[in-house]
Ligand binder design. Structure first.
Ligand code: SAH
Ligand code: SF4
Length: 349
């Protein structure tokens, strides 16, 4: 029998790869549908729980494959209902996922990397630097770990890939994980309920042009001119905003679909009426909406959050120009679970 770590982690396989893996044992196609359902609909922790598969087949699966899980290390709950899950990976690294209740929605924010290499100056994950990419199983296991904690009470309705890391810097694994989220025999989330947020990695965005997109796209803009954006997001020097917006202008969007632009508002840096006015022509020709996120402050971050009036004024300028702009105050601030506050560390031992 193979050593546990030599075995194939079944959750690292896309639906098509799982089919190929199972075909190695000469099994019919519907076996892989059954396995998918056991893995993601039921969330089994061992092959032996797959009770409608023959004993022989389970033995074969056990010999070549294994089912990984994440260790739930700590769960913190904010007064506003937001929960932050600190999860342990097999190599000892830690990541965070955040569960956000909002009216009829229950959104899970998942991580795609340990840390992030893009170093945006307002983001604590950026301060950590990049440690490594998450595997497909580590991405989807976040959903399973949180679902297990909810124990069937209220189902997760939406997934946002907005936790630690830059999803398009971990392109292959992220897209495979999304495939499992959207597959009818996998998690079965409608593609309207999966959102990928990117800092605008141009090569990744260009690759997406050739894919079947099974998610909504959000792009972190955070400035209305190149210089300010480069100051806040060093990645802009490599992939300037203008080129990113040009690609987005050609993005194959389904009818009525829109791209979300995220705009973290930073006092005295990108929050002036002039910035708002500059945004208007930039976004011309891109079906979009803008989420204005007042900065979440932290001692390590050298910026401040603008006043509410300043944010409203900015929003009104955009709305008067016919754009959709929504102010999003992050939830989970009291437990450092809000946007840009994830660091993968336990607050207490
Ligand atoms: N790397 C991806 C996804 C993770 S960051 C991206 O940058 O889009 C998710 C969102 O959190 C981004 O829109 C980012 O701009 C925002 N964010 C980061 N730090 C923040 C902070 N301190 N306050 C508010 N939003 C922040
Ligand atoms: Fe990375 Fe996104 Fe944070 Fe920038 S905002 S450092 S891209 S996680």
């Amino acid at each position: 029998m193979k050593d546990a770590l030599e075995k194939t982690d079944l959750k690292n396989l896309s639906p098509t790869e799982l089919e190929g893996f199972i075909a190695m044992f000469g099994k019919e196609r519907y076996r892989s549908v059954q396995a998918l359902r056991w893995l993601y609909r039921r969330g089994v922790r061992s092959v032996d729980e797959m009770s409608n598969l023959s004993k022989k087949f389970r033995e074969q699966l056990n010999q070549a494959g294994r089912i990984s899980t994440l260790q739930s290390i700590r769960i913190e709950e904010d007064r506003d209902g937001t929960k932050k899950f600190l999860l342990g990976l097999e190599d000892g690294n830690r990541i965070e996922s955040v569960l956000i209740p909002d009216k009829s929605r229950l959104t899970l924010c998942v991580s795609t990397q340990v840390g992030c290499g893009l170093g945006c100056r307002f983001c604590l994950t950026g301060k950590m630097g990049w440690k490594r990419n998450l595997s497909v199983s580590e991405i989807v296991n976040q959903i399973l770990a949180v679902r297990e904690h909810l124990s069937g009470k209220s189902p997760i309705t939406n997934i946002v890939l907005m936790g630690m890391g830059e999803p398009l810097a971990n392109y292959v694994n992220t897209l495979k994980a999304i495939e499992l989220m959207a597959h009818p025999d996998g998690f079965g989330f409608s593609s309207r309920r999966i959102t990928l947020s990117t800092a605008g990695l141009l090569p990744g965005l260009e690759k997406l042009l050739n894919e079947k997109i099974r998610f909504r796209l959000a792009v972190s803009l955070n400035a209305a001119d190149e210089e300010t954006r480069s100051r806040l997001m060093p990645v802009n020097r490599r992939y300037p905003m203008k080129r990113v917006l040009d690609v987005l202008r050609n993005f194959p969007l389904k009818r009525r679909a829109r791209i979300t632009f995220e705009y973290v508002m930073v006092e005295g840096v990108n929050d002036s009426p002039r910035d708002a006015k500059r945004l208007i022509p930039l976004l011309k020709g891109i079906p979009s909406k803008i989420n204005l996120i007042p900065l979440n402050e932290a001692p390590e971050i050298p910026f401040r959050r603008p006043s509410e009036e300043r944010v409203r004024e900015f929003q009104e300028i955009l709305m008067k120009a016919g754009l959709t702009a929504i102010v999003r105050t992050s939830k989970g601030i009291n437990i450092s679970a809000a946007c840009g506050q994830l660091q993968g560390r336990a607050l207490c031992p």
